[in-house]
Design a protein around this ligand. Structure first.
Ligand SMILES: CC(C)(COP(=O)(O)OP(=O)(O)OC[C@H]1O[C@@H](n2cnc3c(N)ncnc32)[C@H](O)[C@@H]1OP(=O)(O)O)[C@@H](O)C(=O)NCCC(=O)NCCS
Length: 140
């Protein structure tokens, strides 16, 4: 079955978004919080396999020269089939003309490297829970 690419947040099951992020080991919040974050984003991408949401991602951006990618995830049973790359390609298309930054989950750097992204040497972050981010390998 072909996947269906959607860019709109309407009819998204935010509970499933939260559950998926949890399943793949990423930061997850209450469904309503994800709805607010995705709806406030510059671009959102959702992949459906039939009626089933199998992956998504989003970017915040000024729409002129800077963009940042967040919450890229593919449900485990659909991983390694090119869907993560498809999500990123669609996000990057919509950020054309922008510098794009993101922070990869530890161990996922190679996935982004294959899309042309390079490691930043001077990336700095002010995380809400620095101890946890340090424990998870995101910051020194
Ligand atoms: C990371 C993730 C989005 C990749 O999606 P995916 O659909 O499994 O990846 P794709 O099949 O599109 O892979 C594209 C390429 O990246 C490679 N790749 C995918 N995951 C990789 C990983 N963890 N490490 C190294 N390479 C990886 C694939 O082998 C493929 O390479 P190829 O072009 O040489 O064949 C997905 O595995 C996922 O949701 N993981 C859990 C959540 C997560 O960590 N998200 C990223 C947060 S920063």
């Amino acid at each position: 079955m072909e996947v269906d690419i959607r860019y709109t947040c309407s009819d998204v099951d935010w509970g499933l978004v939260s559950e998926t992020l949890k399943r793949v080991g990423m930061a997850h919040h209450a469904p309503e919080t994800h709805r607010r974050a995705f709806e406030a984003s510059y671009t959102t991408v959702f992949l459906y396999h039939g009626p089933r949401l199998i992956g998504f991602g989003r970017a915040i951006s000024d729409g002129a020269y800077q963009g940042a990618v967040y919450d890229v995830a593919v449900v485990p049973e659909f991983q390694q089939k090119g869907y993560g790359r498809l999500i990123m390609q669609k996000i990057l298309e919509r950020l054309s003309g922008c510098n794009v930054i993101l922070y990869a989950a530890p161990g996922k750097e190679a996935f982004y490297r294959k899309l042309g992204l390079r490691k930043m040497k001077t990336g700095m972050a002010l995380f809400k829970d620095p101890a946890r981010m340090s424990e998870r390998g995101f910051i020194e």
